[in-house]
Design a protein around this ligand. Structure first.
Ligand code: 13P
Ligand code: SF4
Length: 318
């Protein structure tokens, strides 16, 4: 698209969202032009919190389907739109409702803790929901004698088990194809490419597990390592004195990181770490959503009422 076309489209979107009383929420992995028209950009937890408190009657959620569902569950009186209904998530697809029901049957009395990257149906079967930024605290809040079923991400699950020292945690073997693709090998290759770089790692990455020992000891080959949610990474980059960073998550986050820290250098741990689902939302589709009020994401009331209990417990824990 030509630069003039992009800026005209952006102007139209900004005008339309005011006229139609719409707030645009965008995840940190959205393409730059979509982030530019958003009212709030953030991680899953931050955006859920925004969805709960914004005044506008309509939320246009530029993220993936489970995020829009979560917003609709939290604010059932609001209309929630998503620019592309096909924007799914391989991690949320890694457990089905029947699989979860069977797992719970095999472990009666266990507490089910599920990542926010799950469908509304799965959330309706959970005791607690969590995100990458509060998973450790959610698990810590559960009495130690209670067995925990943690789903669906195995790398986040192993990280949480390590950080809490929990021995009675069963972890579902699911993964996000983008983060599972960021391997220890990618990290090793970057060690010498950026001098004195700090490592910022998302807990969904497959490199998280082998790097956990280094994380626990605070360094990897003498480089500081932090395992953080996407918003946690952005806050860390703003506050740390380091000049250089290797960033292990979806590459969309680099846009905001560079904008907020023009004098620092950021390189992705893997250039291939792109989520095709997140990238389905384009500026044209955002415009069409606003003009045609599409695509509405609605969760049936019985499912939403049950799922809200687990989500509200998540929102209470930071
Ligand atoms: P954050 O909650 O850290 O933004 O991660 C979410 C995620 O992986 C969405 O794909
Ligand atoms: Fe899902 Fe992974 Fe894409 Fe996040 S990056 S939306 S977890 S597939």
């Amino acid at each position: 698209m030509l630069v003039q076309e992009t800026s005209k489209l952006k102007e139209d979107i900004l005008r339309l969202k005011k006229e139609k009383d719409v707030v645009i929420l965008a995840h940190n992995y959205q393409i730059p032009s979509v982030q530019d028209v958003a009212d709030f950009t953030g991680d899953s937890l931050g955006l859920s919190r925004q969805a709960a408190k914004v005044d506008q009657k309509t939320i246009l959620f530029c993220g993936v389907h489970f995020m829009a569902e979560t917003a609709s569950i939290i604010s059932p009186q609001k209309k929630v739109l998503i620019p592309d209904l096909e924007a799914g998530c391989s991690l949320s697809d890694s457990i089905t409702l029947d699989e979860l029901k069977n797992w719970k049957k095999q472990h009666p009395g266990a507490i089910a803790v599920g990542y926010v990257n799950t469908t509304a149906e799965i959330k309706s079967e959970l005791d607690y929901c969590c995100t990458s930024s509060n998973a450790v605290n959610v698990v810590k809040s559960i009495p130690e004698n209670k067995e925990i079923l943690f789903l669906p991400d195995m790398f986040l699950g192993s990280y949480v088990a390590k950080m809490t020292g929990r021995k009675n945690m069963r972890i579902w073997a699911g993964e996000c194809h983008v983060h599972a693709g960021i391997t220890p090998d990618d990290i090793t290759k970057k060690i010498d490419s950026l001098k004195e770089a700090e490592f910022l790692i998302h807990p969904e990455c497959s490199c998280t597990t082998p790097m956990m020992y280094d994380f626990a000891t605070g360094s990897f080959e003498d480089r500081p390592v932090s395992i953080l949610s996407t918003e946690g990474m952005l806050n860390h980059a703003k506050n740390s004195k380091a000049k250089n960073y290797v960033v292990a998550t979806e590459t969309g986050i680099l846009y905001r990181m560079k904008q907020q820290n023009p004098n620092k250098t950021f390189i992705p741990a893997s250039e291939k770490a792109e989520c095709q689902y997140m990238k389905m939302n384009t500026l044209e589709k955002v415009y069409d959503s606003l003009v045609e009020d599409k695509y509405e994401v609605k969760v049936p009331k019985d499912i939403a009422d049950k799922a809200r209990l687990a989500i509200n417990r998540m929102l209470k824990i930071s």
